[in-house]
Design a protein around this ligand. Structure first.
Ligand code: GTP
Ligand code: MG
Length: 269
């Protein structure tokens, strides 16, 4: 993984040592990225659980994550005219660690992205909103490159993670397009590309239609439960509704007082 290894004057022992060092360095880098993935995956799981508790539905259908394979790393660095060095892997590549979040509705995508971006230890480095600005081939997805600290015994290391957030329909389209792209090595026949673009438009239509139906159902179910109450009953009902519809933000501020260790310490002194 290092250009020094191409040096023909290098002794075999030196090559072995170099390879061992490289393998060790790669294992350490992998450990950092795997830890970063674990942290972000846990954050996503917590947000999904909280959202489910507050709003009675889970915005996330499924989450997948992966570390880029060494073959893909080498291919991408070479494609970008970069030497294959550990420095370049960490500096030049944003997607060594990648997470894909698949949601039911487009509106959930922005909610999840916002909730993640607001977290104190997540730094958003880059955003590409291919939902607001789809690619010419029809690709839609919301991409974030974030940095998260990974705490080691000697201090924290910031690692980049690529987060792709999309709906089920966008994901279905992207996986088919990906297969076709590889099959034709990026040069798919015109009719296939046109049909794919048509499918992307159909997927976008489906997303919009499903969101509208979902919103209508929620509206209808609220209307159906509208009953005439006495003023006391209405007040009680309103309080209950308030608890049910509590925004996650409110839940956090309300719970902070129970979970603030410093406050408790201060009280016990
Ligand atoms: P790479 O595409 O990773 O080289 O970097 P980039 O800087 O162009 O990033 P971008 O955010 O555009 O894309 C990142 C990732 O999104 C890609 O590696 C793919 O996984 C996915 N992606 C982007 N464009 C497409 C597309 O047209 N089709 C499909 N199927 N996936 C795409
Ligand atoms: Mg990529």
């Amino acid at each position: 993984m290092d250009t020094d290894l191409n040096d023909e004057k290098m002794l075999p022992e030196a090559i072995i040592t170099k390879l061992q060092d490289t393998a060790k360095e790669w294992a350490q880098i992998q450990l950092i990225y795997e830890s970063a993935l674990k942290q972000v995956n846990t954050k996503i799981e917590i947000l999904n659980n909280e959202f489910t508790m507050v709003h009675k539905y889970n915005p996330i259908e499924h989450v997948t994550s992966r570390i880029k394979s060494p073959e893909s790393i080498v291919k991408k660095l070479k494609h970008n005219d970069k030497d294959v060095t550990m420095d370049n892997i960490v500096m030049c590549l944003n997607d060594v660690a990648g997470i894909r979040i698949v949601c039911s509705f487009t509106s959930d995508i922005y909610k999840i992205a916002d909730m993640l971006a607001k977290q104190g230890d997540i730094t958003v480095l880059k955003i590409k909103d291919y939902i607001a600005n789809p690619k010419p081939n029809g690709y839609k997805s919301y991409h974030m490159i974030v940095s998260v600290p990974v705490y080691l015994s000697g201090g924290a290391v910031d690692a980049k993670v690529e987060i792709q957030i999309r709906t089920i329909a966008m994901d279905f389209w992207a996986s088919l397009e990906h297969k076709i792209y590889y099959k034709y090595e990026g040069n798919a026949p015109g009719n296939i590309s046109r049909e794919l673009k048509e499918c992307a438009d159909l997927a976008a239509f489906l997303d919009a239609k499903m969101l509208a139906i979902n919103e209508e159902i929620n509206g209808v179910s609220e209307e159906q439960t509208e009953i005439v109450y006495t003023s006391e009953e209405a007040a009680e009902e309103q309080t209950e509704e308030k608890i049910k519809e509590e925004e996650p933000d409110d839940m956090a501020s309300r719970l902070k007082k129970f979970f603030s260790i410093n406050q408790r310490k201060r009280r016990s002194v």
